[in-house]
Design a protein around this ligand. Structure first.
Ligand SMILES: CC(C)(COP(=O)(O)OP(=O)(O)OC[C@H]1O[C@@H](n2cnc3c(N)ncnc32)[C@H](O)[C@@H]1OP(=O)(O)O)[C@@H](O)C(=O)NCCC(=O)NCCS
Length: 169
């Protein structure tokens, strides 16, 4: 599957993306936001393997696409994942290489994936969870029309419904 936005190309991950994908996750600023979760090359390899497996599922419910810039190649990933086939809720996540933060790419990729989930997959609700101190993730979620569903300790859960997304225009 390929989604084209004004500046970005969202495409399926390939095993050959491993070096670039590992480098994105291995940045110190990025590791801070993983909250102790594993950012090792081995974990990146596991995740990449999972994304490729998801792309081969049929029927398919999970999409984690590579974000590419024409001149830079892989700069991140963005996904919507329905947890079970036929389910109506999907989780959302986006990650970009440190040098590409704050340029509107997260918003551009996120809009394309959420649009796809609501209109092509027929999802009713999209949710995300992030650390309360992850201001960029919270701002991105808010710009995507998500509102806070609940707060728990240092985490914030957000959601947007299909009906609300339509009203976003
Ligand atoms: C979260 C992330 C994907 C956001 O992508 P991005 O391309 O940097 O975000 P955008 O440039 O599209 O900005 C979206 C909105 O967030 C705001 N924003 C971006 N970074 C911000 C920051 N550090 N603090 C406050 N607001 C911020 C932007 O101003 C914009 O809002 P605006 O249009 O009203 O000005 C990116 O920062 C990232 O990859 N972080 C590391 C991985 C991660 O934490 N992912 C989320 C895990 S839940």
């Amino acid at each position: 599957m390929i989604l084209q936005t004004p500046r970005l190309r969202l495409r399926e991950f390939l095993p050959s993306d491993l070096t670039a994908y590992s480098a994105i996750r291995d940045h110190p600023d990025f590791r801070l936001l993983l909250n102790g979760r594993d950012s090792s090359p081995e974990r990146s390899a596991e995740l990449l393997h999972q994304f490729v497996e998801w792309s081969l599922e049929s029927p398919r419910s999970r999409y984690q696409l590579a974000i590419e810039l024409p001149m830079d190649g892989l700069i991140g990933s963005c996904g919507v994942r329905i947890q079970c086939v036929g389910g109506s809720d999907a989780s959302f996540g986006c990650e970009l290489a440190r040098e590409h933060w704050g340029r509107g790419y997260g918003l551009e990729a996120g809009r394309a994936l959420i649009e796809f989930a609501f209109h092509e997959l027929g999802v009713d609700r999209i949710y995300a969870e992030t650390l309360a101190r992850n201001h960029a993730a919270l701002a991105l979620a808010s710009r995507l029309g998500m509102r806070v569903e609940k707060r728990h300790d240092d985490r914030v859960a957000l959601e947007v419904l299909a009906s609300e997304w339509k009203s976003e225009g």
